[in-house]
Design a protein around this ligand. Structure first.
Ligand code: NDP
Length: 234
């Protein structure tokens, strides 16, 4: 039987591609969703990651069905883009609460079980925007760069227990999140990407699956860009 894997926000977009990659490798995959359930073949658990009680309940359900979570992919995230002077407290709070604090909530809960197992893999889905910054995304960039400090601190705290914590930083990927970008913004981004195209969700998924594999057992506290070269090692 495969490992117990949890992908937050695994019902669509990058999260669904990640969940699918683990399933194809023979793992038992649970995904949390907020609005619409995942396709068949996954254990779908409704869970708003801004609510610790829902996070705890989701982990209970997953543990009953698949055993304690051994691989956590903290993927769920939102954007509320606007320029700094127009950014409301709510724009700021909702993005930080979902992307950063939401990832903290699930990582803290997952670490409990991993400590008992004396092994585990945590992968945070950040963004090239967290490393380079982006006009109109002060809240989002702050939330995504916060994941780097969080992962590296977890890597230091839990490394001696066989638990790794890493970050994958995608560039621009074809999903609902980028489908709403205006055409001229897309053109502008494309001009900055050495590989000259947006990424595919599977390309993010393969990096995540590898980071959670035995082969990547000596990698922790790393930030792996999957961005067509736009970040150039940042
Ligand atoms: P989508 O907008 O397609 O999907 C977002 C996912 O997050 C959905 O599954 C959604 O669930 C879930 N989610 C949002 N809020 C909550 C919440 N409060 N509780 C639980 N789940 C929630 O995004 P992408 O697939 O494009 O992005 C996935 C991750 O990758 C995000 O963290 C994003 O920041 C990051 N990323 C994306 C890039 C891109 O170009 N697309 C680039 C770099 C990083 P539901 O459907 O139920 O609402």
């Amino acid at each position: 039987m495969g490992r117990s894997v949890l992908v937050t926000g695994g019902n669509r977009g990058i999260g669904l591609a990640i969940a699918t990659a683990f399933k194809e490798a023979g793992d038992q995959v649970a995904v949390t969703y907020n609005s619409s359930p995942p396709p068949e073949g996954f254990l779908g658990v409704k869970c708003d990651i801004t609510d610790q009680a829902q996070v705890d309940a989701a982990f209970e359900t997953i543990q009953e069905q698949h055993g304690p979570v051994e691989v956590l992919v903290a993927n769920a995230g939102i954007t509320r883009d606007t320029l700094l002077l127009r950014m409301s407290d709510d724009d700021w709070d909702s993005v930080i609460d979902t992307n950063l604090t939401g990832s903290f909530r699930v990582a803290r809960r997952a670490a409990k079980g991993m400590l008992r197992l004396r092994k585990g893999r945590i992968v945070f889905i950040s963004s090239v925007v967290g490393l380079l910054g982006q006009a109109g995304q002060v809240n989002y960039a702050a939330s995504k760069s916060g994941l780097v400090g969080m992962a590296r601190s977890i890597a230091r705290e839990l490394g001696s227990r066989g638990i790794t914590a890493n970050v994958v930083a995608p560039g621009f990927v074809e999903t609902d999140m980028t489908a709403v970008l205006p055409e001229d913004t897309v053109k502008q981004y494309l001009g900055q990407i050495p590989l000259g195209r947006f990424g595919r969700t599977e390309e993010i998924a393969h990096a995540v699956r590898w980071l959670a594999s035995e082969e990547a057992g000596y990698i922790t506290g790393a930030v792996i860009p999957v961005d067509g070269g736009i970040g150039m090692g940042n």
